[in-house]
Design a protein around this ligand. Structure first.
Ligand SMILES: NC(=O)c1ccc[n+]([C@@H]2O[C@H](COP(=O)([O-])OP(=O)(O)OC[C@H]3O[C@@H](n4cnc5c(N)ncnc54)[C@H](O)[C@@H]3O)[C@@H](O)[C@H]2O)c1
Ligand SMILES: O=P(O)(O)OC[C@H](O)CO
Length: 329
């Protein structure tokens, strides 16, 4: 449900895993292009989609008979979409959240937005998250991910549904840890992009990634995630991919801010969503509520939402008081 970059790439992998798959697209022209030309030029311009991948703007047709419903719209749009789709979602279907964002008003992660919008058992929700840049997955370059949920039969069903020959899926019961990893890495990638845009070096990048991981672990542990999850694909794996790849939207936004562009202009120039921009405020809100320090996140919020210059983020981090490395991580 969602024919943006990740929804479409995910659909490609489901077809390649042998699943009959129908994409729901918001725009008629995108559904028609997918069905007739087997491309989605607005989101994945370099990819020829499989002939078997169907698309429609009719949610009832897309959802008809589905035992796995994959939700691929950003956090900002998911509640309104679910309100419209709810009655058409088959009873007991497994609901897959691909969302790597946190709602700014309610501080809820994607899985909570899904189960509470549908007023359904949270155990029906499986979160899929990992180092998965959509364009690479759609080009069938080898990659791996995590399917996280509390019911093994559901995580294993999702594992089978998307385990294409080039895409390896691991299951993990730690949905909280996996979801914290996917949301926090976007915020740290904004900072990593800023460091790159400001002209800093590889040492800077390594420091941002490593201290960003410390923030992820701190918040994740406070919210009930397992420490080991953050050394997995949905933690450090996704953090590395997103912070270092020019294909990442979040890193690209940070890079352009570091080069002196204004946030509103950068966001307006993109046809895709960089979740970290809005989620940074929500993640800082969660950190404050849990009493954990997230200085990189705090700096990203100051740049994105209080008009600070990216160089102030760097100065602020370097001027923090001296500490032992693993003090509170
Ligand atoms: N693109 C990736 O590489 C990637 C990989 C893993 C996870 N994700 C996550 O998947 C989610 C979806 O991202 P994407 O990359 O497909 O985004 P996208 O911007 O490429 O596409 C978003 C899709 O949702 C629809 N949409 C956008 N705003 C909407 C709104 N307000 N209401 C309803 N529908 C809306 C669009 O029409 C489009 O079909 C995000 O949470 C993202 O962080 C993305
Ligand atoms: O392009 P981004 O920054 O939204 O990142 C995409 C994926 O989440 C990478 O795993």
């Amino acid at each position: 449900m969602g024919a943006g970059s990740w929804g479409t790439a995910f659909g490609v992998m489901c077809v390649d895993a042998g699943e009959p798959t129908t994409l729901w697209a918001r725009r008629e022209e995108i559904a028609t292009e997918i069905c007739e030309q087997h491309t989605n030029g607005a989101y994945l311009p370099e990819t020829r989609l499989p002939d078997a991948l169907e698309a429609t703007v009719d949610p009832e047709r897309a959802l008809d008979g589905a035992d796995v419903v994959v939700l691929a719209v950003p956090s900002v749009g998911i509640e309104a979409q679910l309100a419209a789709w709810g009655p058409a979602i088959p009873r007991d279907a497994t609901l897959v959240s691909l969302i790597k964002g946190v709602d700014v008003e309610t501080l809820r992660f994607g899985s909570q937005l899904v189960s509470e919008s549908l007023d359904c058992d949270p155990a029906r929700v499986v979160v899929v998250s990992g180092p998965n840049l959509a364009s690479e997955c759609a080009q069938r370059l080898p990659a791996a991910t995590v399917a996280a949920g509390s019911v093994e039969a559901r995580t294993e069903r999702v594992q089978r549904a998307v385990m294409a020959p080039y895409f390896r899926v691991y299951t993990n019961p730690d949905q909280t840890g996996v979801e914290v990893g996917g949301a926090v890495k976007n915020v740290i990638a904004l900072a990593a992009g800023m460091a790159h845009g400001l002209g800093f070096g590889d040492n800077t990048m390594a420091a941002v990634i490593t201290r960003g991981l410390a923030e992820m672990v701190r918040l994740g542990a406070a919210l009930g995630g397992q420490a080991l999850t953050f050394s997995g694909l949905a933690g450090v794996g996704d953090l590395v991919a997103t912070c270092t790849s020019p294909k990442s939207r979040n890193r690209t936004v940070g890079d352009r801010l570091g080069r002196g562009e204004r946030l509103d202009e950068v966001v307006a120039s993109m046809n895709m969503v960089a979740e970290g921009v809005k989620s940074s405020r929500a993640i800082l809100g969660l950190a404050e509520r849990a009493g954990v320090e997230m200085p990189i996140t705090q700096g990203v919020v100051a740049v994105c939402h209080a008009g600070h210059h990216p160089s102030e983020l760097v100065d602020g981090l370097l001027q923090r008081s001296a500490k032992p490395e693993l003090y509170g991580l």
